[in-house]
Design a protein around this ligand. Structure first.
Ligand SMILES: NC(=O)c1ccc[n+]([C@@H]2O[C@H](COP(=O)([O-])OP(=O)(O)OC[C@H]3O[C@@H](n4cnc5c(N)ncnc54)[C@H](O)[C@@H]3O)[C@@H](O)[C@H]2O)c1
Ligand SMILES: O=c1ccn([C@@H]2O[C@H](COP(=O)(O)OP(=O)(O)O[C@H]3O[C@H](CO)[C@@H](O)[C@H](O)[C@H]3O)[C@@H](O)[C@H]2O)c(=O)[nH]1
Length: 329
């Protein structure tokens, strides 16, 4: 019962691999290492370096490894980059996913879990935002993921194929056991940047916008611990195995933290009073994005274990320090 993890050398995918191993599953990783690192994959896990958009190669891999289900993380993930280079996102997220789905249909793989994003909502009218809210992505990144969701829906209607699309909110933290974490180069995510600054890897950081209509004027996001996120995928896999139908669900905690609250928490956890500058709003940023999570809680009986900003930050800091000790970054 092999479970293929595309993008398993990346941040979230490498946690998925650990989570499945811990549960006694048999993961297989396909990754082209464009942003991932092979040293994040445990040596016991088979790894094939390939582009997920290569239909013939993927069809062969699915058949030769008797893949039962696919969890598809591979893709391009930098939202501002998608504005300056949209075709990269429509290729590596939309077209590549299309090819992978075709390989699955041809090879008879009928269970598919897809990494979608809160960016499909754009600037929500209401928070917490529900799955049936208007879908108005404000970036090619969000649209590239929404197009994949729509393809999955059509394919599931036409073929013996069922999927779960999880719309992640802001993923952060690292494996509580310290086995993997985010090693992304030039990361743009707030918690990663704040941790890097706390450890002296950056000499300062900037708050992007202090005049939002939020609790303290800075942007509010629903930060979800990566370990709770991958556990939701494992539960989604069990649900598909039990015959569950196709579904699209938010994956977040349903409460937000502001940029200032995050930075204060990183300073408290690290004991470092680092240089924080006040800057302009980052183009394309939303004031407040928070998940409604009733659906995932009900459908998967998902019970987050690490719904705590200080735990997310402690694990992120521990991982950042471990990266330095290993001379990784
Ligand atoms: N990190 C977040 O906050 C967040 C939020 C919402 C959605 N997501 C989605 O989650 C998924 C994983 O994100 P991540 O943060 O782990 O990013 P990441 O860059 O760390 O991981 C992506 C992995 O996919 C691989 N990859 C990219 N294109 C590939 C291709 N064509 N063929 C094979 N491998 C390829 C990369 O080498 C990398 O290992 C992405 O689809 C992303 O859009 C992430
Ligand atoms: O140096 C920084 C970095 C970020 N921020 C702010 O921190 C918040 C969070 O930003 P970031 O961590 O970059 O996340 P988002 O822009 O919310 O986007 C993330 O969350 C989306 C889902 O909502 C995913 O799709 C994206 O891949 C992922 O990057 C925002 O208010 C930013 O303006 C700063 O103030 N300073």
């Amino acid at each position: 019962m092999t479970v293929l993890i595309t993008g398993g050398a990346g941040y979230i995918g490498s946690h998925m691999v650990r989570c499945l191993l811990d549960a006694g599953e048999t993961p297989l990783v396909v990754d082209n290492l464009v942003t991932g690192f092979d040293w994040l994959i445990p040596e016991t896990v088979p790894f094939l370096q390939a582009d997920v958009g290569d239909i013939a190669r993927m069809e062969t891999i699915l058949r030769e490894h008797a893949v039962e289900a696919v969890i598809h993380f591979a893709g391009s993930v930098v939202l501002p980059e998608s504005v300056s280079n949209p075709l990269k996102y429509y290729r590596n997220n939309t077209a590549v996913s299309r090819n992978l789905i075709e390989a699955c249909v041809t090879a008879g793989v009928d269970k598919f879990i897809f990494s979608s994003t809160a960016a499909v909502y754009g600037d929500p009218d209401e928070v917490p935002v529900r799955e049936d809210a208007p879908l108005r992505p404000q970036s090619p990144y969000g649209l590239s993921k929404l197009m994949t969701e729509l393809m999955l829906k059509d394919v599931a209607a036409a073929h013996p194929f069922r999927y779960t699309a999880l719309r992640y909110f802001n993923v952060a933290g690292a494996d509580p056991k310290g086995r993997t974490g985010q090693a992304t180069l030039n990361a743009t995510n707030l918690i990663k940047i704040a941790c890097e600054t706390a450890l002296g890897k950056r000499d300062h950081m900037t708050i992007f916008g202090t005049d939002y209509p939020t609790v303290d004027g800075t942007g509010v996001r629903d930060y979800i611990h990566v370990w709770d996120l991958v556990e939701a995928h494992r539960l989604a896999l069990l649900r598909l195995r039990a015959g569950g139908d196709s579904v699209v669900m938010n994956c977040g905690y349903g409460r937000g933290s502001s940029v200032r609250q995050v930075i204060d928490a990183v300073q408290a956890a690290s004991g470092a009073r680092f240089d924080v500058r006040l800057g302009d709003r980052r183009p394309g940023d939303m004031p407040e994005v928070i998940a409604a999570n009733d659906l995932i809680t009900r459908e998967l009986n998902w019970k987050p274990q690490l719904d705590d900003l200080s735990a997310i930050i402690r694990h992120a800091l521990d991982w950042e320090a471990a990266l330095s000790r290993r001379n990784r970054i």
